[in-house]
Design a protein around this ligand. Structure first.
Ligand code: C2E
Ligand code: MG
Ligand code: MG
Length: 620
């Protein structure tokens, strides 16, 4: 049977076509491409040269939109883009929700006049549904005279439109999935992927038009504190609210995106430098008002880094990042625009960071020890471990040149761990080599970044255990910045350290922020008077008010006190008069290698250690 065979062959082709469309959908091809494939499939199956796919206009229920077509003359396309539901085969198929065939298009009263003018002779349309509802129609039409649509052909169009409906439903579902892939679930803002895509497009447009694009990177200041103190749910709530405020600050065509964590980015097209600055200021202003989170008022500020230009995406992003870094370094809550010279500083810094990783592996760090004496007797009481870096190209670097880099990159944690181990090992070695002397105290500097890590107390315990050093011999020096953080968490860590039996000192006391409350609240054993308060003490006419106050404070809280940076004999005298028992400084002894400390201990000078050092330095 010829017709049956044809029908079977037709069906085969139909299924192949549809399979191809499904594949497009599965491979997440853009919806437009899926629609194109439907149109081309219909054209191939039925052989008519004009095919169109109409969908309801979402903004106007009377109208439909031609979303994909082939064979419509280009000069008609603009006019043909919109049609009225009920007009022509396509419009009727939607209105009547059935297959519509107009075989004498030129004379039928139901034709679309524009297509009559174009010379269409016959047309046929089938409704297209989405989740059961008619949402459009698929139309085939021809300029060939005497075209008759067989029953098989009518069924093919119906079947195809039916399958196209399924495909469309799927594609929309995929569209939703695409939305998820390109948007941040928490804030609903575009995500990093979408922002990068839009940036690439904006840069391509900018290079054609000779204009510029601005990228603003935004990072909340102190978000971690909110998260830690109020909990993650509150943190999320805050991020959502921040996202909303940022999005309100940009124009319709611009993109505000969440990059992840507490990082956001804004893309501005065709804005002048002033407009960009205004936008940044507007965002900072919008975040300045308190947020109502978890029943309280929460304040956050943000730092913004800006890159303006038409460079490669990667360069733009890196530059904005550098500017952000600068904004943070300059005190947060502000914006900075990238300038070329930021590069050099950052390249150097990045090199240093890379070097640092290598240095840890290759053991390029070493410790010097600065003696701490009992001032009145000159007896060596303790040493402070001070780290140095034997950098293969830059030479021996003092900690001031690399500790800040290490702190921001969290590299301080492994370095601090090494310092602890090495210092305790060395101190234990001295204790067993010179049993006749009272065990030498060892002071180790601990950065605030280390305090934030959960493992610090465990690390200290392990260092004591493996070295065999008595805990009382170890003194950890903290800086006042430690007390500016989350007080509960710091108190807990200090409590843990204290219960190991080690002592705790506040380094450079008086230069930072600490309050008397902290002295009462935290288990502190010692205060170190910062060098600036020792400087000038030799001047008999000046009153060393701060040094005196610190000594007094230490006495009231029953704390020990060590003066730092003693540079002459007069300062020693006056410190002793004030009642400061311990001190260190270039006048007494420079920081020195472990062998030099060994010699000092071997000399067995005891109460005259200080003079022994002075003697050794005078006659090296
Ligand atoms: P700090 O803990 O206050 O250490 C004292 C610093 O003052 C040392 O500088 C020491 O060489 C210097 N100094 C000692 N006596 C005098 C003096 O009479 N006059 C003057 N002008 N300076 C004196 P250094 O070794 O350059 O260390 C600087 C800072 O680096 C230290 O200050 C400490 O905060 C930090 N640091 C050193 N080692 C480590 C470490 O292992 N870990 C951490 N986190 N920080 C460290
Ligand atoms: Mg120190
Ligand atoms: Mg100090």
């Amino acid at each position: 049977n010829q017709t049956l065979l044809t029908t079977l062959r037709e069906r085969q082709r139909l299924l192949e076509r549809l399979a191809r469309i499904q594949r497009k959908i599965v491979s997440r091809t853009a919806l437009e491409e899926v629609l194109e494939a439907i149109v081309w499939g219909a054209r191939e199956l039925l052989g008519d040269e004009t095919v169109g796919l109409w969908l309801l206009d979402r903004d106007d229920p009377e109208q439909m939109v031609l979303v994909a077509s082939t064979g419509v003359p280009p000069e008609l396309l603009d006019q043909a883009r919109h049609g009225r539901i009920g007009d022509g085969a396509g419009g009727l198929a939607i209105a009547e929700e059935r297959l519509v065939v107009i075989e004498d298009y030129q004379r039928s009263g139901r034709s679309n006049q524009m297509f009559v003018g174009d010379g269409v002779r016959s047309a046929m349309a089938a409704p297209v549904r989405e989740r059961g509802e008619v949402v459009g129609s698929l139309v085939v039409a021809t300029h060939v005279a005497e075209r008759r649509y067989s029953r098989a052909e009518r069924e093919v169009l119906l079947a195809f439109a039916e399958h196209a409906s399924l495909a469309l439903t799927d594609a929309r579902t995929v569209g939703d999935a695409m939305h998820h892939a390109f948007h941040d679930a928490l804030t609903g803002l575009p995500n990093r992927v979408l922002l990068l895509d839009r940036l690439a497009q904006a840069l391509a447009r900018a290079s054609r038009s000779g204009s510029e694009v601005a990228v603003l990177f935004l990072d909340l200041d102190g978000f971690k504190t909110v998260n830690d103190s109020l909990g993650h749910a509150a943190g999320d709530e805050l991020l959502e609210a921040v996202g909303t405020r940022i999005a309100r600050c940009v124009r319709a065509g611009d993109t505000a995106a969440r990059f992840g964590g507490d990082e956001f980015a804004v893309l501005l097209e065709g804005a002048t430098d002033e407009e960009v600055a205004v936008a940044a200021q507007r965002i900072l202003g919008a975040l300045a008002d308190p947020f109502a989170i978890a029943g309280r008022e929460v304040f956050v500020s943000a730092s913004i880094g800006i890159a303006v230009g038409s460079d490669e995406s990667d360069d733009m992003l890196r530059n904005a990042d550098l500017a952000l870094y600068r904004a943070k370094a300059r005190g947060k809550g502000r914006y900075e625009v990238f300038h070329q010279e930021m590069h050099a500083a950052v390249v150097e810094r990045m090199e240093l960071e890379a070097d640092f990783q290598r240095a840890l592996r290759r053991n390029e760090f070493e410790l010097d020890y600065q003696p701490i004496f009992e001032l009145a007797s000159g007896r060596l009481e303790a040493v402070e471990a001070l780290v140095r870096w034997r950098h293969p190209e830059r030479g021996r670097m003092p900690p001031g040149d690399f500790i800040p880099v290490a702190e921001s990159g969290r590299l301080i944690v492994p370095l601090g761990g090494w310092v602890l181990q090495e210092a305790t090992r060395q101190a234990a070695e001295w204790a067993s080599a010179y049993p006749e002397r009272a065990p030498l105290g060892i002071c180790v500097n601990v950065s605030t970044a280390q305090l934030r890590e959960p493992g610090l107390a465990g690390e200290v315990a392990a260092a004591l255990e493996s070295s065999g050093l008595p805990p009382r011999a170890l003194c950890l020096e903290l800086t006042e910045t430690a007390f500016m953080e989350d007080l509960e968490a710091v108190a807990a860590v200090l409590g843990d350290l204290r219960s190991l039996g080690v002592r705790l000192a506040v380094d450079d006391f008086g230069t930072g922020y600490s309050s008397l409350q902290h002295l009462e609240r935290f288990p502190i054993d010692l205060l170190k008077i910062a060098r600036p308060f020792v400087v000038g003490m030799e001047d008999r006419s000046a009153d060393p008010a701060i040094a005196r106050a610190i000594v007094y404070l230490a006495k009231s809280f029953e704390l020990g006190v060590i003066a730092e940076g003693i540079e002459n004999a007069e300062q020693v005298t006056r410190l002793v008069q004030l009642g400061c028992a311990l001190g260190q400084g270039f006048h007494l002894a420079l920081p020195m290698g472990p062998e030099a400390i060994d010699e000092l201990l071997a000399a067995g000078a005891g109460a005259n250690d200080r003079d022994a050092v002075a003697h050794a330095e005078a006659h090296p």
